[in-house]
Design a protein around this ligand. Structure first.
Ligand code: SAM
Length: 292
């Protein structure tokens, strides 16, 4: 089989993944595309990339294969407690503040958008469980989503390798995981697994389970061009409650995005309260966050 993809073939796949997932593939990704799609072609016994493209764009077989195509071309790098300061800020400052403004019994709703194989969503759950303000059952409701179905299935299975857990504090690892010594596999305990629900969802579309108090949307906007980023940010804005918080990755900025978010500090934004700023103990919610 021809192992390289021609320029014209590459353009077909590049445009298709852009239309479906908003992902902008650079020309330098030709080799990666050729490699990843070759596995899908093998699965169908196809020998050329044009045949695979035809399969993808032909109903009804294409509809089934389209998800595998998207799964093959997304980059799912993640690990537990990536950017740990975000998780600390969540439980030390944001959750206590959000809880003060909530009626008793209503949960703090948190969405890990583009959670890949679930490490980010489960890190939130572990962090929440560890913290005195939020550890009681029902205080926080956590959802994770990703466009990649294979990753969402992996998140549901909640078994991880040594890389995924390598940056975790060892006491947390001991407390929340069961380790299979022979295989270096770490199984997350049921107490944390049951705190998170996972969904397959595309950030290009409105997410139907909002609104949320906090959204983590980290290390995914970098794969989009400005037009797609604007569309996604607009969806995220709609999914947040007034005064809700958005975490992004360090290479991602909402400054100049034209959306009504207030910049609080690098990687942290707040949806404006619109009508009212909550005043408590002489401090506004804004000043509480900035003080932290
Ligand atoms: C690099 S991972 C980031 C994972 C995690 N947020 C973190 O920071 O560790 C990027 C994730 O974005 C997902 N993704 C890419 N395009 C998407 C889209 N249009 N909708 C939802 N998820 C998408 C990919 O499948 C991938 O799992």
């Amino acid at each position: 089989m021809n192992g390289t993809v021609s320029k014209d073939e590459f353009k077909l796949f590049r445009d298709l993944i852009y239309r479906k997932a908003g992902i902008r593939l650079k020309d330098s990704r030709e080799f990666l595309v050729a490699n990843r799609l070759r596995k899908r072609m093998d699965a169908h016994g196809l020998s050329c990339y044009y045949q695979y493209y035809n399969l993808l764009t032909r109903a009804p077989d294409g509809r089934n294969e389209m998800q595998k195509f998207i799964d093959a071309l997304t980059t799912n790098e993640t690990y537990f407690f990536r950017h740990p300061e975000h998780f600390n800020r969540l439980t030390d400052i944001l959750i206590p503040d959000i809880l003060k403004g909530k009626p008793a019994g209503s949960a703090v709703r948190i969405w890990s958008a583009a959670c890949a194989s679930g490490e980010e969503a489960y890190s939130i759950a572990i962090q929440v469980r560890e913290h005195r303000h939020s550890s009681a059952p029902g205080v926080c409701e956590i959802l994770g989503s990703d466009i990649n179905l294979e990753m969402i299935e992996k998140a549901g299975a909640a078994s991880y390798n040594a890389y995924a857990t390598s940056r975790m504090q060892s006491d947390l690892l001991d407390r929340y995981f069961i380790r299979e010594l022979d295989h270096e596999v770490y199984h997350l305990g049921q107490n944390i697994r049951k705190m998170v629900r996972f969904y397959q969802a595309n950030l290009l579309d409105p997410f139907p389970f909002g609104p949320f108090d906090v959204i983590f949307c980290r290390n995914v906007l970098i794969y989009f061009d400005q037009e797609t980023r604007d569309r996604v940010i607009s969806n995220l804005h709609r999914s947040l409650k007034p005064g809700g918080y958005l975490f992004t990755g360090y290479a991602e900025s909402l400054v100049n995005s034209g959306h009504p978010f207030r910049y609080l500090k690098p990687t942290l934004y707040q949806k404006s309260e619109e009508t009212a700023t909550v005043v408590r103990h002489g401090q506004t919610r804004r000043s509480l966050v900035e003080a932290g």
